[in-house]
Design a protein around this ligand. Structure first.
Ligand code: CP
Ligand code: NVA
Length: 308
């Protein structure tokens, strides 16, 4: 059994196998209804707990559908309605859930909750987003890039805006999949130094460029995310908007990237804040494929976790 806690903690060969498996499973479903079961049912008889301590649309629905397509069943649990939200320890929760279910996906605040759950669970634990990382999202992003443009290795990915949890997982992927990474945003919102160093240590070219137009020159992929994440205090909203306004992804910024550059956003987006509708709905954008690919990528992640 394997936990899927973060991209930098997972063997690059395993990550590659997951992307290839996701693509194969997506191709095999080609032209079939969204809810149709897969011919192969690797999760037959398995129960998966999906725990959410924060809101979600994509993660919740894509994990639920993915498990069902593979023949398994799910239960969606809200953290606040569990004893976990009322004083029961994470370790005890992990021990108990392991007696009922075959796998646990959790979206939570502190990374330590995910880590403790994994330490005490006897079943695989999957990171469905913490304040610090969002690995399932970036696996879907890699799948999406490769579907459209071929191997991501050696390509230039530019992250625009807040150096947040999704940005962190993208830096991990830069190191593990071998692409180059440029961050452009205001200094207070830089990605963690540890993650910049991780990607550099793996041989990726990693740059921090303050001017967004200079940063996206030669970009194969431009990525952004919300200016205020779920764990950010709403009291920082005004300051963040002021700091990040010069980093809005608009058509002029996309025109400074390579002509065939792709645009991605993990969603939910705040149209006309971090990205204009013209870009979201424009020719560079692959955001709906990216959202769909959460499903396919996570199915491969779950199979890897269970070894099925
Ligand atoms: N991108 C993503 O994780 O979306 P949700 O918050 O809707 O799950
Ligand atoms: N950075 C965002 C991602 C949402 C999927 C957040 O953490 O709120």
């Amino acid at each position: 059994m394997n936990h899927f806690l973060d991209i930098h903690l997972t063997d690059p060969a395993d990550l590659r196998a997951m992307i290839d498996n996701a693509r194969a499973m997506k191709t095999a479903r080609n032209g079939r209804g969204q809810a149709a079961p897969d011919d192969h049912q690797p999760l037959d008889g398995r129960m998966v707990a999906l725990i959410f301590e924060k809101p979600s649309t994509r993660t919740r629905v894509s994990f639920d559908v993915g498990v069902r397509q593979m023949g398994g069943q799910t239960m969606v649990l809200s953290g606040s309605e569990m004893q976990l939200g009322h004083g029961e320890t994470i370790a005890d929760t992990a021990r108990v859930l392991s007696r009922y279910v075959d796998m646990i996906m959790i979206r939570t605040y502190e990374e330590s909750v995910l880590q403790e759950l994994a330490e005490y669970a006897d079943v695989p634990v999957i990171n469905g987003l913490t304040n610090r990382t969002h690995p399932c999202q970036i696996m879907a992003d890699v799948l999406t890039y490769e579907e459209h443009r071929g191997p991501i290795a050696g390509k230039k990915v530019v992250w625009v805006g807040d150096g947040n949890n999704v940005c962190a997982s993208s830096l991990h992927a830069a190191g593990q999949f071998g692409f180059d990474f440029t961050f452009t945003g205001p200094p207070p919102l830089d990605p963690e130094r540890e993650w910049l160093d991780f990607a550099r240590g793996k041989g990726s070219t990693v740059e921090v460029v303050r001017n967004p137009h200079e940063a996206v020159a030669g970009a194969d992929l431009v990525v952004t995310d919300t200016w205020v994440s779920m764990h950010d205090s709403q009291s920082t909203r005004g300051r963040r908007h002021n700091q990040l306004r010069p980093y809005q992804v608009d058509e002029r910024l996309m025109a400074a990237a390579k002509p065939d550059a792709l645009f991605m956003h993990c969603l939910p987006a705040h149209r006309e804040d971090e990205v204009t509708s013209a870009v979201m709905d424009g020719p560079h954008s692959v955001i709906w494929d990216e959202a769909e690919n959460r499903l396919h990528a996570q199915k491969a992640i779950m199979r890897w976790c269970l070894g099925v």
